[in-house]
Ligand binder design. Sequence first.
Ligand code: FBP
Length: 264
Amino acid sequence: MLSLEDSPLARDGKILILAYDHGLEHGPSDFTEHPERMAPETVFDVATHDAVTSVAVQKGLAEGYYPSYEDDVSLLTKLNGTSNLWMGEPDSAVNCTVDYAADIGADAVGFTLYGGSNSEIEMAEEFRDAQEAARAHDLPMVMWSYPRGQGLRNASDADTISYAAREALELGADVAKVKYPGSREAMEHTVQAAGGENGAKVVMSGGSKVSDEAFLKNVKAVMDAGGAGLAVGRNVWQRENPTQLLDALEAVIHEGKSVDAALS
Ligand code: FBP
């Protein structure tokens, strides 16, 4: 397990990853409300906000756009990804090696694992190669640990989410990115399942856009439960004013403030 104390992925142990791999994972429909956000520069600009500790993108955006932003934000390069056009059992194609990610300036790498998918065995084997290469480069490994597929009865219940966090710890991820399990108590259990204080850090995955207050309440519950922060996409850059929400997230995540204080 890498210590994230001096890592560009975190600030004082707290993490706010701005995820922007949706153009691949979901397609251009995620930009319908704000078509201008289809242009990667607009979201890289958002990522320069002080609250953001890292921007997570696929290789193509890392190659094409990150060089103009490398002084302003750290880079997390995703190593695998799948389009929404894929209709098979959940799976994710490895499209970037750790060596290549390091060459193009990555400060951390990310890998999706679909526990419960019929592809889980192959994905875990691919993760092994990536994790060991990441160790050789001293790069933190973030697992998008998303149980889904035929083996799953309920992908979002608390037991499944804590299992996802545990799987990240057991397979050697430094950070487990999981869906919100529904309550602070369930998140506490998830943080314990990830190994607690000395284990994998747990960050909440943002999900579809909700109101400022509803979103911040979940983020606050994660922080109070011992989570390290957030990896968020749509709840930031699908907003009219992403900076306003990032100001509030800075207050909750980095300054430990209440939701009311963050909103005022
Ligand atoms: P959001 O905050 O927008 O949910 O982004 C987090 C993320 O993990 C992205 O990195 C990824 O593209 C997307 O969610 C995957 O979402 P889904 O659950 O639909 O596969």
